[in-house]
Ligand binder design. Structure first.
Ligand SMILES: [Zn+2]
Length: 211
């Protein structure tokens, strides 16, 4: 083979490899999945074990998990892959939502896809609760999430205990049915709430055994 022909076939081969790599990256968000799973495993494995002994399941009248954390096909366009940053927990409309882990309310809002929502910070953890009932109101310069019928009035910057009722399951924001969209972040990176719950229950059942 002459040098020139070798060079041409080399460039064709390189071009094809490049094309293949581009296709793989475009079609499969695999690298990010691996990264998210690694973050999950490390974070959940090293999380404050004793602190989680008193953590609470976030929903009363639990009906089921309707969508898990991670990549999924878009319900509207099956060819599109999108990242679901939390866990969907279905319960009848009006069921109470309970704070997972003691902390401080850092945000209350009632706009966007999340609807009426509340974000709580517990150390390096941030947990969000979307699609709640009620609205945000400003009273004497302070922001509150208010759901009168449910007896909920929670202020921004308020301390909340674990298991405290912080809202009710509603249909605000972008949602097709009553459920809680529950998001957990550790140092601002998304963590699978399902993995957190499994770890939490493992801890709580081992505590029950030793008591
Ligand atoms: Zn969701």
């Amino acid at each position: 083979m002459s040098n020139q022909r070798l060079r041409i076939s080399l460039s064709v081969a390189l071009f094809l490899i490049g094309l293949l790599v581009v296709c793989l990256i475009a079609l499969f968000p695999g690298i990010e999945i691996v990264e998210a799973q690694m973050v999950n495993r490390n974070v959940v494995a090293t999380a404050g074990n004793d602190a989680w002994a008193n953590a609470s399941f976030p929903v009363e009248n639990f009906q089921g998990y309707t969508s898990g954390f991670g990549y999924r096909r878009s319900p509207k366009n099956r060819r599109r892959v999108q990242f679901h940053n939390g866990l969907d927990i279905a319960a009848p409309k009006g069921s109470y939502v309970r704070n997972w882990f003691a902390g401080k309310v850092i945000k209350v809002g009632d706009r966007g896809a999340c609807g009426t929502h509340i974000i709580i910070k517990s150390g390096s953890w941030k947990h969000s609760y979307c699609h709640l009932m009620g609205r945000v109101a400003r009273i004497n310069g302070r922001l509150y999430i208010i759901d009168r019928a449910g007896g909920i009035k929670i202020a921004k910057n308020q301390q909340v205990t674990s298991g405290m009722r912080i809202g009710r399951i509603g249909m605000t924001g972008r949602t097709t049915g009553p459920h809680l969209h529950w998001v957990i972040r550790y140092n601002n990176r998304y963590v699978d709430p399902g993995a957190v719950l499994r770890r939490m229950y493992a801890k709580q059942s081992s505590n029950t055994r030793t008591q």
